[in-house]
Design a protein around this ligand. Structure first.
Ligand code: ADP
Ligand code: ADP
Ligand code: MG
Length: 502
């Protein structure tokens, strides 16, 4: 029986995990860095312990500190969330050695799937289709050029240890091969401390479709259908939905079987995701496995009616999976958008800072997994994602309308967020039609920009109106109020003479 879980993470995912703990009568333990003293996950937990300075490699990534808190607090299990230590084999192993349950897979499964070259070999032997390409790291540049010519351009050069869209290069021209291999290698070395890169054929008109799987420690493994994650920017997901608008029942069932076979090939236990790249003809290829809970897990939870965190906890405790493949079905349609503290109109620059005001969307079919509150200052040290907004409706068109309504109601001031950009995506014709691939953002830049221009035009009109007003007041010898007086508008409104009307 698990009585107390340490959540080795921060922000929205820490709270997400603790919510399930609370519903299961399990106590939760938070850990926090210097920069997170005021974070909501600290307040939400039953107990909270300080683990070090703000940089994550001095706090959230220090295995010894986390184990020490587990000991001190008497936690019998650790949930790693996503990111940080969630795909760290040494951490899984250490927990096992210390007699603390790791709510995630074994070190063997993490190691095998965490290294993309090893995973490709494993999948080939399990008869899971992989993207055509190499299964050995590139060692010789001339050889690489020949191999790529054999595969045919375009190709992707990818870091074996890659994650988060890093260490990846699309190569379309022969003369770009050598510089792309070099830059992928150095990025991989800097990000992952491992410069092994390999070659994959670039799948044209790519769709990212992944399958959620759950496996217990007794050999039972099921899939919980797919998630469509093709709305991407720089190979990173921005919007996710389920079911996929391009899926057919036949392909779904075939891909689901391959996803289960992939997990079984590494004796997987826990929740995991098998990512596939799919072309327009629904040919699909294994991309990678994420051996953890995924950011976009709530859309599956909503459509399949399951709590994936509770399932993870039950599996870790050794329970037999009660969900049966033939009893599961997809009900309705769910969409998730990732809300980032960044400025979409200024090249997505991070926008940490003080939240002056926040109104979260509510109402039918809306779920909001966040952690920021009014008066909270978003630290600059961590991932800029502040929340996930998930909507559900019986049909896809209704879900899109619901998302627009929820985004409209979502107000945050003090920082810039990706909300306006997400709103525009909901209006892109190919998104509305469900006929899009991973190029959707790139292909619709003009459309998205036109929307920006529209709002710019509005700003221009307001500025011109203010200027005209200014001139009129000068004519009348009235002292105009500076537009940005930083003073109280209530006070100004009280002074009738100075009232500015725009
Ligand atoms: P998902 O498929 O769940 O969207 P992402 O690739 O967006 O996964 O990663 C989720 C989180 O994990 C992000 O915060 C990202 O920064 C982090 N992450 C992903 N891969 C790695 C890695 N190899 N090393 C460190 N952090 C990673
Ligand atoms: P990461 O570990 O960084 O998540 P993935 O291998 O999952 O890396 O790839 C991330 C994204 O990059 C995919 O969702 C897809 O958009 C793109 N991508 C990766 N490999 C290919 C490929 N062979 N062909 C086309 N697109 C690809
Ligand atoms: Mg991936």
């Amino acid at each position: 029986m698990i009585k107390k879980i340490l959540v080795a993470n921060r922000g929205e995912i820490a709270i997400r995990v603790m919510r399930s703990c609370r519903e299961m009568g399990i106590k939760s333990v938070a850990v926090f860095s210097e920069a997170d003293r005021t974070s909501m996950h600290v307040r939400y937990a039953d107990e909270a312990y300080f683990i070090g300075p703000a940089p994550s490699n001095e706090s959230y990534l220090v295995i010894d500190n986390i184990i020490e808190v587990a000991r001190k607090s008497g936690a019998d299990a650790i949930h790693p969330g996503y990111g940080f230590l969630s795909e760290n084999a040494a951490f899984s192993e250490r927990c096992e050695k210390e007699g603390i349950l790791f709510i995630g897979p074994t070190a063997y499964a993490i190691n095998t799937m965490g290294d993309k070259i090893t995973a490709r070999k494993k999948m080939q032997s399990a008869n899971v289709p992989v993207v055509p390409g190499t299964i050995e790291p590139i060692t010789d540049l001339d050889e690489a050029v020949e191999t790529i010519k054999g595969i045919g351009l375009p190709v992707m050069i990818k870091a074996s240890a890659g994650g988060g869209g890093k260490g990846m290069r699309l190569v379309s021209k022969e003369e770009d091969i050598v510089p792309s291999v070099s830059s992928a290698k150095s990025e991989a070395k800097a990000s992952f401390g491992n410069d092994a890169v390999y070659i994959e054929k670039y799948i044209n008109s790519p769709h990212h479709i992944e399958f959620q799987i759950l496996a217990d420690k007794h050999g039972n493994c099921i899939h919980l259908f797919e998630r469509e994650c093709s709305v991407q920017r720089r190979h990173q997901k921005v919007v996710e939905e389920t079911p996929s608008p391009i899926m057919t029942p036949e392909v779904r069932s075939e891909m689901g079987k391959h996803a289960v076979a992939a997990a079984k090939a590494v004796d997987y236990a826990g929740a995991g995701t098998i990512e596939f790249i799919v072309d327009d003809d629904l040919n699909y290829y294994f991309l990678e496995m994420n051996t953890r809970l995924q950011v976009e897990h709530p859309i599956t939870e909503r459509v399949v009616s399951v709590d994936l965190v509770k399932e993870q906890i039950k599996i870790a405790a050794g329970e037999v999976l009660q969900l049966k493949q033939d009893k599961l079905q997809q009900n309705g349609h769910a969409i998730e958008v990732r809300i980032y503290a960044e400025d979409p109109d200024n090249n997505f620059m991070p926008s940490p800072g003080l939240i002056q005001h926040i109104s979260e969307p509510l109402g039918p079919g809306v779920r909001h997994d966040g952690y920021v509150y009014e008066g909270y200052e978003i630290p600059m040290y961590y991932d800029p994602m502040i929340s996930k907004l998930i909507v559900w409706a019986p049909t896809r068109p209704e879900a899109i309308e619901r998302m627009k309504r929820a985004l409209y109601a979502y107000k945050i001031t003090g920082i810039k967020t990706s909300i306006p950009f997400l709103n525009r995506i909901m209006e892109v014709p190919s998104f509305i039609q469900g006929k899009y691939n991973t190029h959707i953002i790139q292909d619709n830049q003009e459309y998205l920009r036109r929307k920006e221009n529209k709002s710019q035009k509005l700003k221009d009109i307001v500025a011109i109106a203010a200027f005209v007003d200014y001139l009129k007041k000068l004519e009348k010898h009235e002292k105009p109020i500076a537009e940005n007086n930083n003073g109280s508008n209530w006070k100004n409104c009280g002074r009738k003479k100075n009232l500015v009307r725009l």
